[in-house]
Design a protein around this ligand. Structure first.
Ligand code: HSE
Length: 307
């Protein structure tokens, strides 16, 4: 195989109580990318559609992640990449992760899969480092593995895949304002009081147990974040109303997607997820900022070929 076209999923990082460790992959929104083998060494980004982003490999997240893989691969040629960027940078649904993960996943396929998913995550994290100054893995891990993933440890990197209950759906509203992950990390406190830590790890354990046991109520009860959400939500106009009305529309729970401004809710069943989307639409029309809404199944596969 000399060329592959892939779907690179958007992702919801943190999922309320799992700051920097939990994430899930979406199915309804993502970038598309064509990667092909070329004899010239290095990564050559030839086309980016949809967004104004750098073509220079060392300044582009897909390029940086790809270069990290290339360095370890022993392959004497290079790769050409064309990106159809459908996820806006600064949206909170893993725009940089989709490009980083898609590039390394596709390159690994073209090389005959020499690298494990864990190694691909490590390469893709270099793209995240370029985008946000921190090599966090909670977007790139679900983008590569699919479903829900937990970063149990960063050093050494240990990724645990978590099963998805069959009827779980996500609704995501993306207000058209940009919040840079690097900026929204700077406003966070570097220490947390013990009582908040206790609530957070109780919720994180509860959420993981709920996902394993298909216990939708437990999932809902566990979607709480008393550490990051109170600080970051101030940057997102209409956040409190969106969340309160999503719960009234029977969402299990929700919160900020990644570093925002996107807001997510999880629901049992597509019908409820659509009802939540309608409540978000009605709520946000009053805010006066343009927005997109996505209703999505959880993407079990992660990056996948488009045939
Ligand atoms: N865990 C990261 C953060 C995700 O919240 O800063 C960024 O998408």
């Amino acid at each position: 195989m000399e060329e592959i076209k892939v779907f690179c999923p958007a992702t919801i990082a943190n999922v309320s109580c799992g700051f920097d460790v939990l994430g899930l992959a979406l199915d309804a929104v993502g970038d598309e990318m064509i990667v092909r083998k070329v004899p010239e060494k290095g990564i050559h980004i030839t086309k980016i559609k949809g967004q104004d982003l750098p073509l220079a490999a060392d300044k582009n997240v897909a390029g940086v992640a790809g270069l990290a893989l290339l360095e370890q691969s022993g392959y004497s040629g290079g790769f050409e990449i064309e990106i159809d960027k459908r996820i806006k940078p600064g949206s909170g649904i893993g725009s940089s992760a989709a490009s980083s993960a898609g590039a390394v996943w596709a390159m690994n396929e073209l090389l005959g899969r020499p690298f494990s998913n864990l190694e691909l995550v490590k390469f893709a994290m270099q793209g995240e480092k370029l985008a946000s100054d921190v090599a966090h893995a909670d977007n790139v891990a679900p983008a590569i593995y699919g479903g829900f993933t937990l970063v149990r440890s960063y050093d050494p990197l240990d990724i645990v895949t978590i099963p998805t209950p069959p009827e779980l759906y996500a609704t995501v509203i993306h207000p058209q304002i940009e919040i840079k992950t690097s900026d929204s990390r700077k406003i966070l406190k570097s220490t947390i009081p013990m009582e908040k830590g206790i609530r957070q790890w109780g919720n994180l354990g509860g959420l993981i147990a709920g996902l394993f046991q298909n216990d939708y109520d437990l999932i809902g009860r566990s979607l709480e974040d008393h550490i990051v959400e109170p600080i970051r939500s101030i940057l997102i106009p209409g956040f409190d109303n969106i969340k309160a009305n999503a719960l009234k529309a029977d969402a299990l729970g929700g919160g900020i997607s990644g570093s925002g401004p996107s807001i997510f809710a999880l629901s049992k069943g597509k019908e409820t997820a659509e009802k939540v989307a309608q409540s978000m639409r009605e709520t946000y029309q009053k805010v006066g900022i343009p927005f997109d809404i996505h209703v999505s199944k959880i993407n079990a596969q992660g990056v996948k070929p488009i045939v």
